[in-house]
Design a protein around this ligand. Structure first.
Ligand code: F6P
Length: 346
């Protein structure tokens, strides 16, 4: 019997467990056993693994997070780690790897694949920023959580005649802000891909208020540039080990500035990791299952160094080399749709 190893790396998201379940079940049907590697690449380096039986994956399709744990470990950073990875693969007779990850994890997977390790990538991230796939696992759930939050903020904003700033995840792209902003009827959507000025934003909100709409919802992606809002830069102590901003929260700076400029009471909600927690939507469960089954199919065919992807409702494969060091930004047409329906916009 042959053996598949599966690891989940980077930020977790709802839907990953559906992939693990699909790999194990589909693998069993085709004569493979599956070994779960704990905590991303770290588990391969440290030989920290667990057998995944049919029983072990029972009931996990509805659970958020990843039963294997995750980490942001770079497998090729420390000299000697690649050798350790190869030793682990040999020790547990792992014939093929499935790597479930976002941009960082899949870029590393590409490097590892070019060094001769047979693997298949599966795209997951709530950010939906991986090229060559229409959707990543976790995105649909995050959009639905944020839309629900915007709905709830609407009623309290309306009652208090306030501006509500909602900060959502999306370090480099604004997919969550844009989709949830459209679905929740936001009055402003600020994303990294579309430059804005504070003057323009304030003018839009003023127009709404003047028209008798005494509240506004402003959705902002965490990754918009701070420079337009204020001259604060992010101090080193507020950055994680990858240099990413952790705690400052552009939403707070934006809220403060809107209140100062417009004189309208403003409140800020930073949704944070709530967007990544809890049950996956039905869409994410189905996508995860399709991706998992497709990955086993690719292993059977020996089509390694590839990533499964969703293109026009079909599951396809693309070379991992086609997605590295690239970001899938929001479609300008979708932003134009949002702009057309934002309150106060002309
Ligand atoms: O990359 C996915 C993501 O959810 C980003 O949207 C967010 O900025 C980041 O992860 C948060 O990472 P962490 O869990 O390390 O705080």
């Amino acid at each position: 019997m042959k053996t598949i190893g599966i690891l989940t790396g980077g930020g977790d998201c709802p839907g990953i467990n559906g992939v693990i379940r699909a790999i194990v079940r589909s693998g069993l049907q085709h004569g493979y056993t599956t070994i779960g590697i704990r905590n991303g690449w770290q588990g391969l380096i440290e030989a920290d693994v667990e057998p995944l039986t049919d029983f072990a994956v029972s009931g996990i399709i509805s659970r958020g997070g990843t039963i294997l744990g995750t980490s942001r470990t770079d497998p090729l950073k420390n000299p000697g780690d690649f050798k350790r990875i190869k030793n682990t693969l040999k020790k547990f007779s792992i014939d093929a790897l499935v790597v479930v990850g976002g941009n960082g994890t899949l870029a590393a997977a590409h490097e590892v694949a070019t060094r001769g390790i047979p693997l298949i990538g599966i795209p997951k991230t709530i950010d939906n920023d991986i090229p060559e796939t229409d959707m990543t696992i976790g995105f649909d759930t995050a959009v639905s959580i944020v839309t629900d939050a915007i709905d709830r903020l609407h009623t309290t904003a309306e009652s208090h005649h306030r501006i509500m700033v909602v900060q959502v995840m999306g370090r480099q792209v604004g997919w969550i802000a844009l989709k949830a902003g459209i679905a929740g009827g936001a009055d402003e959507i600020l994303i990294p891909e579309v430059p804005f000025t504070m003057d323009e934003v304030c003018q839009n909100l003023k127009t709404r208020f003047a028209a008798g709409k005494k509240f506004s919802i402003v959705v902002v992606a965490e990754g918009i540039p701070l420079e337009e809002i204020c001259d604060n830069s992010v101090p080193e102590c507020d950055r994680d080990e990858c240099g990413h901003e952790k705690f400052v929260g552009v939403g707070n700076l934006l809220g403060r500035e809107l209140e100062r400029r417009l004189g309208i009471e403003t409140r800020v909600t930073i949704l944070g990791h709530v967007q990544r927690g809890g049950k996956p939507t039905a869409f994410d469960r189905v996508l995860a299952t399709r991706f998992g089954v497709a990955a086993v199919e690719q292993i059977r065919m020996g089509n390694f160094g590839t990533m499964v992807a969703l293109q026009s409702a079909h599951v396809v494969t693309v070379p991992l080399s086609s997605i590295v060091h690239r970001l899938k930004q929001v479609e300008p047409e979708l932003y134009a749709v949002a702009k057309t329906t934002m309150g106060g916009r002309q």
